[in-house]
Design a binder for this molecule. Structure first.
Ligand code: NAP
Length: 247
């Protein structure tokens, strides 16, 4: 890793959508730091595949739900170590349940990782990017943050709040030539959706005008666009990648 090549930090880059984003940004010429929290082997395998394909990548452990470790991580691994150009706040978890049975800790855990984690990463990245007068921040929200979803009041709340955060940060950081946008995927085939029953999948498919779930690569391509110079005049926007579900 060097201090010159524009670098993309992808949280939760070990699997699913984050892995596709890490691989796509590496293909686009970014040096990539991808983070994981629980599965080092999968993260190392993604980094190794990128290097094997001629790119530059490193896997790092980072629990975005632990504020102190995030600030420590930016101080020790990012600041003055790499040329941070792109932050993708992708790390996310679900702890689904109906409202009346949802435990406080399940609400807090989802808010902590999906919202506060993105907030702290954005704050730390913004300090570094502001000095360079350049940055691209992409937040991975969700269609359920836009339309709501029964059984996901915690997750939908966090993903909706992420859109407010995106728009506010876009306004604050525009003067520093830092764009902040969100991508709102619909239902995408990953570990997160692997446990859905066939019945639920069939229900979802009915609600998707394009009649299929999306792929991680289709989300990654939208992120890559927002991270590129082609999106230089786009900030504070939400790009839906959802097969036409919520227009
Ligand atoms: P996934 O397959 O479950 O992968 C989640 C990733 O986040 C993993 O890399 C995981 O690391 C990491 N992670 C989990 N908790 C973390 C924490 N506390 N700190 C740092 N990293 C953490 O999820 P996915 O389906 O690819 O989803 C990626 C993003 O897209 C999430 O924000 C999700 O909410 C959003 N999204 C997904 C869908 C969908 O249908 N799949 C739809 C809309 C939005 P480990 O591998 O180490 O556990």
């Amino acid at each position: 890793m060097n201090n010159e090549t524009p670098t993309a930090l992808v949280t939760g880059g070990s699997r699913g959508i984050g892995r596709a984003i890490a691989q796509t940004l590496a293909r686009d010429g970014f040096q990539v730091i991808l983070t994981y929290v629980s599965r080092p082997e999968e993260a190392e395998a993604v980094a190794a595949a990128i290097v094997e394909a001629g790119g530059q990548a490193r896997a790092c452990k980072l629990n975005v739900g632990d504020p102190q470790s995030v600030t420590d991580f930016f101080a020790s691994e990012i600041k003055d170590k790499v040329n941070l150009a792109v932050l993708v706040n992708n790390a996310g978890i679900t702890k689904d349940g109906f409202l009346v049975r949802m435990k406080d800790e399940d609400f807090d855990a989802v808010m902590n990782v999906n919202l506060r984690g993105a907030f702290i990463c954005t704050r730390e990245a913004a300090k570094i990017m502001s000095k360079k007068r350049y940055g691209r921040i992409v937040n991975i929200s969700s269609v359920v943050g836009q339309m709501g979803n029964a059984g996901q009041v915690n997750y939908a709340s966090a993903k909706a709040a992420l859109l407010g955060m995106t728009k506010s940060c876009a306004k604050e950081l525009a003067a520093r030539n830092i764009t902040v946008n969100a991508v709102a995927p619909g239902f995408i085939e990953t570990d997160m959706t692997a446990s859905l029953t066939d019945e639920v999948r069939a229900e979802y498919a009915k609600a998707i005008p394009l009649k299929r779930m999306g792929t991680a690569q289709e989300v990654a391509d939208a992120v890559a666009f927002l991270a590129s110079d082609k999106a230089a005049y786009i900030t504070g926007q939400v790009l839906a990648v959802n097969g036409g579900m919520y227009c």
